[in-house]
Each structure stands twice: as structure tokens, then as C-alpha cells.
Design a protein around this ligand. Structure first.
Ligand SMILES: *Cc1c(COP(=O)(O)O)cnc(C)c1O
Length: 274
């Protein structure tokens, strides 16, 4: 348990054992109900932590979900969606360009040669983890005449399968960011350990928050560290108790994915450790 909360929330369980059990949303009503249920759990986690729910943004994650169901989610009120794979996101952006106020957040690892595409349509990029990508993105954004909100991804679980900077390297990395004026750094992002052991999951979130608190004190001018993007369907309540300002929730809104986690985290086991 973390010293900060005196163990008051130490028994909030993960929902990782729910994997594969979230019911599939197929109507606008399903989406309204699922969104309301997630928002209620967000509010409850905020109450436990003495936080204002207005300080937590719910980012629905629509990876693997087809266009027809995304349009239902839109009808239920979703206007900002997270996608892990860039090609899939670009395809959906084009197909749904008639929905003028629908925005896309790229939350997965990016290869340098895809920076141009991100610069063209993304509203946010949450997985910045190398100077090469920062440099390529900045150049492409300047060519498009725009700036982009970005999060620096940190590997807090120590697993080789998870992308992100080593926590010890974040300070130096942030020091380089002012050389990329088209990148507006908003905060840090992480994926916790996929585990049913809530205490080990919580430690990943605590690590990100304490790192942020330490670095915020003398962050370079213009580098914002207000945001902490952490928590997904299985663990967003714990993340909120530990300070998340953005939670990225897919399956609890859209329903279970059939694609194994190993597709997104290449050397991960095919399912969550438990
Ligand atoms: C898929 C994904 C999520 C959401 O996971 P769910 O289990 O569907 O809630 C969150 N963050 C990232 C980076 C993802 O790729």
C-alpha cells in the first residue's frame, strides 16, 4: 500500500480477471449504460481519494472496434477516442470524417516513418518515448503548421514488453523537449503490470505519480506535467486513487476484445498474469 493514502484504498481490487467477460455493446443504449457505469466507478474512486471527478478525463479506447459500433458510441456521446495502432486510427479517421467533432488520440508506440500521418490528423499522442520520434513529429507538425498535445510514456512495470522510457531517463528526456516547439508536453503516461495482484499494479501508478511530482518542480519552461494518463479497464479505479487525470478504457465500454494482448505488447503473454 502507498504511504500517501494510509492504506484506505488498499483493498480496491483490479478487474483484470474480467478480461474476456465484458459484454459486447451493440446498441446506443448499451453504450450509454456502459459509459454511465464507468463514470459512476470513476466518481466512486474520486470520492475515496477526495478528488473532484471533473479532474479525470475518460478516454474511450476503440481499437479493433468496427466503424458501425464506433458510430453508436458517437451517438452515445463519445467525441474523443483512443487507438493503439496508427494505420487503424487513420483508416477510421478517414471513414468517419463526416463526424466533424470526433477527435483521435494515438496511445500506442509510433515508428518514426509514421510521424507524418500522426501530424496530419491526430489530436493527441500519448506514447512519446524517443527523441527520434519527437524530432520527426516536430518536423512534420511544423510542415502542417500545427502543434500537438503529447504525453511521455514511462515504463513503470519493468517489463521488456512494455514500451516507454526507463523512469531514470525521463528527466533528461524532458530537458530536450523545448527544442521541439510543435510538441506541447502535457504529462506522463504508463501501462501498469497486467496482474490481478492489486498492490503490484498500484505500485506502477505510485511510481509514475512520484516521478511526476519530483520532475514538476524544475521542469523546463513550457513543459507541462499536470497530466497523468494511467489506468485501463482492469485497473482504472486504482489509477484514479493514485492521481490519474486521464484513464484509457476500452473493453469496459465496448466489450471484450478477441485480439490477444500480445498483439499490442509483442512479447507479453497472451493474457494478463494473475
Ligand atoms: C488497449 C489499450 C488500453 C485500453 O485497454 P482495455 O483493456 O480495453 O481497457 C489502454 N491503453 C493502451 C495503450 C491500450 O493499447
Amino acid at each position: 500500500m502507498s504511504a500517501e493514502n494510509d492504506g484506505l484504498q488498499a483493498d480496491t481490487p483490479t478487474q483484470h480477471d474480467q478480461h474476456g467477460h465484458w459484454p459486447r455493446a451493440t446498441t446506443v443504449e448499451d453504450f450509454r449504460r456502459n459509459l454511465a457505469a464507468v463514470r459512476e466507478r470513476i466518481a466512486a474512486a474520486c470520492r475515496r481519494a477526495g478528488r473532484d471527478p471533473a479532474g479525470v478525463r475518460l478516454l474511450p479506447v476503440s481499437k479493433t472496434v468496427d466503424e458501425a459500433r464506433i458510430r453508436l458510441a458517437y451517438d452515445a456521446g463519445c467525441r474523443f477516442l483512443g487507438e493503439n495502432k496508427l494505420q487503424e486510427a487513420a483508416r477510421k479517421w478517414e471513414a468517419m470524417s463526416d463526424l466533424g467533432d470526433l477527435k483521435w488520440s494515438i496511445i500506442g508506440h509510433l515508428q518514426t516513418n509514421k510521424a507524418k500521418l500522426v501530424a496530419r490528423f491526430a489530436a493527441e499522442f500519448q506514447a512519446l518515448d524517443s527523441l527520434r520520434v519527437a524530432e520527426a513529429l516536430d518536423r512534420r507538425l511544423q510542415a502542417e503548421g500545427r502543434a500537438l498535445d503529447v504525453f511521455v510514456q514511462v515504463n513503470t512495470s519493468g517489463e521488456a514488453s512494455k514500451y516507454g522510457l526507463h523512469p531514470d531517463d525521463v528527466e533528461d528526456f524532458l530537458r530536450q523537449m523545448p527544442t521541439f516547439p510543435a510538441l506541447r508536453v502535457r504529462g506522463l503516461m504508463t501501462l501498469a503490470l497486467f496482474s490481478a495482484e492489486a498492490e503490484r499494479v498500484r505500485q506502477c501508478f505510485v511510481l509514475l505519480r512520484t516521478l511526476r511530482d519530483r520532475l514538476r518542480q524544475d521542469a523546463p519552461a513550457g513543459i507541462g506535467l499536470d497530466e497523468l494518463s494511467m489506468g485501463m479497464s482492469g485497473d482504472y479505479e486504482i489509477a484514479i486513487e493514485e492521481g490519474a487525470t486521464v484513464v484509457r478504457v476500452g473493453q469496459a465500454i465496448f466489450g471484450a476484445r478477441s485480439t490477444p494482448d500480445a498483439y499490442y505488447w509483442p512479447t507479453a503473454d497472451s493474457g494478463p498474469a494473475s
